[in-house]
Design a protein around this ligand. Structure first.
Ligand code: CAA
Length: 261
C-alpha cells in the first residue's frame, strides 16, 4: 500500500474504497500535491478488482476549504495557463468510471464545493457549509463551479451565490437538490454514504458503469441525443452475461450471482 501525506485510503466495506482528505491544519485546502495524491488513489481504485464504488470525504470540520490560496496567490497568467492550473482536478470525473459518493461535512468552499459537485452522488450533513467565495478574493470559480452549481441550483440562485460569495447550508443543499440526502450528524453521514456505496458495489459492475455513463451524458447532450445514447447502451447490455443472470434470477426468485461480465 502506498503511503500518502495529504489523504488516507481504506476499504471500509466489501467493494467500497474510501478516500479521506487529511490536511487538517489547512482545513483540507486543496494544494497541488493533495490533488496529485487524490488522482493517484482514484486511479488505484479504478484499477482495483476489489473496489466497485468509492466514497470521498474530509473531516467533520472540513470537506475542503478550497484551492490553496497561499499556493495560488503568486501565480501569473502564463504560469496558470501553460501549467493548465486546476485542469488535473477533472481526473476525478474522467479517470474514475466507478461511482463516487462525496460525503460532505463542515466547510466545502470554493474548490471544495466544486470537488463535491464533481461526485456522482453528494451527501452532506445539515450543517455543512457550501459556497463559492472566490469573488471575495478577486477571482471566480475555476474548477467548474459556475457550470455545475448552475446546473444543480438554476441560474438565478447560482448567480446570486457566485456574485455575493454567500455560503449555503447542507440543509439548503438538500432542499435545492444539490445533495441527494442530508444527515443530522457526521457519523450518520458516513454510515449513509458507506451503505449506499456497498449497495452499488453489490450490483453488476458492467451495469453500474453503464448507468453512470448514461446519467453523465445527460449533462452534456441535448435530450433527444441523450435518450438515443441511453438506448444504444441499453441495447448493448443485452450482450452482457449479467443481463441474462439478473433476469434469470428474477424469474427463478433467486438472488443473482453476478459474473461482472
Ligand atoms: N487555502 C489555504 N489555506 C487555507 C484555506 C485555503 N483555501 N482555507 C483555510 N486555510 C488555512 C488558514 O489559512 C489557516 O491556516 P493558519 O493556521 O496557518 O493561519 C487554517 O487553514 C485554519 O483556517 P482559519 O483559521 O481561517 O479557520 P476558521 O475556522 O477561522 O475559518 C474558513 C474557516 C471560513 C473556511 C476560512 O478558513 C476561509 O474562509 N477559508 C478560505 C475559503 C475560500 O475562500 N475558499 C476558496 C478558495 S479559491 C478557490 O477554491 C478557487 C477555485 O475555484 C479552484
Amino acid at each position: 500500500r502506498r503511503s500518502y501525506e495529504y489523504i488516507e485510503v481504506s476499504e471500509p466495506r466489501p467493494g467500497v474504497g474510501q478516500v479521506t482528505l487529511n490536511r487538517p491544519k489547512a482545513l483540507n485546502a486543496l494544494c497541488s500535491p493533495l490533488i496529485a495524491e487524490l488522482n493517484t488513489a482514484l486511479r488505484a481504485f479504478q484499477a482495483s478488482p476489489t473496489v466497485a464504488a468509492v466514497v470521498l470525504t474530509g473531516s467533520e470540520k472540513a470537506f475542503a476549504a478550497g484551492a490553496d490560496i497561499k499556493e495560488m496567490a503568486p501565480l501569473t497568467f502564463s504560469e496558470a495557463y501553460t501549467g493548465a492550473f486546476i485542469e488535473s482536478w477533472s481526473d476525478l470525473t474522467t479517470a474514475l468510471k466507478k461511482p463516487l459518493i462525496a460525503a460532505v461535512s463542515g466547510h466545502a468552499l470554493g474548490g471544495g464545493c466544486e470537488l463535491a459537485l464533481m461526485a456522482d452522488v453528494l451527501y452532506c450533513t445539515a450543517t455543512a457549509n457550501f459556497g463559492q467565495p472566490e469573488i471575495k478574493l478577486g477571482t471566480i470559480p475555476g474548477a467548474g463551479g459556475s457550470q455545475r452549481l448552475t446546473r444543480a441550483v438554476g441560474k438565478s440562485r447560482a448567480m446570486e451565490l457566485i456574485l455575493t460569495g454567500r455560503s449555503f447550508s447542507g440543509e439548503e443543499a438538500g432542499r435545492w437538490g444539490v445533495a441527494a440526502r442530508v444527515f443530522p450528524t457526521y457519523e450518520a453521514l458516513m454510515e449513509g454514504a458507506l451503505d449506499t456505496a456497498e449497495t452499488i458495489a453489490g450490483y453488476s459492475r458492467v451495469a453500474v458503469q453503464a448507468a453512470k455513463e448514461v446519467v453523465n451524458k445527460s449533462q452534456d447532450l441535448a435530450l433527444r441525443d441523450g435518450v438515443e445514447y441511453e438506448r444504444r447502451v441499453f441495447h448493448s447490455l443485452f450482450g452482457s452475461q449479467d443481463q441474462k443472470i439478473g433476469m434469470k434470477a428474477f424469474a427463478e426468485k433467486k438472488k443473482p450471482e453476478w459474473s461482472h461480465q
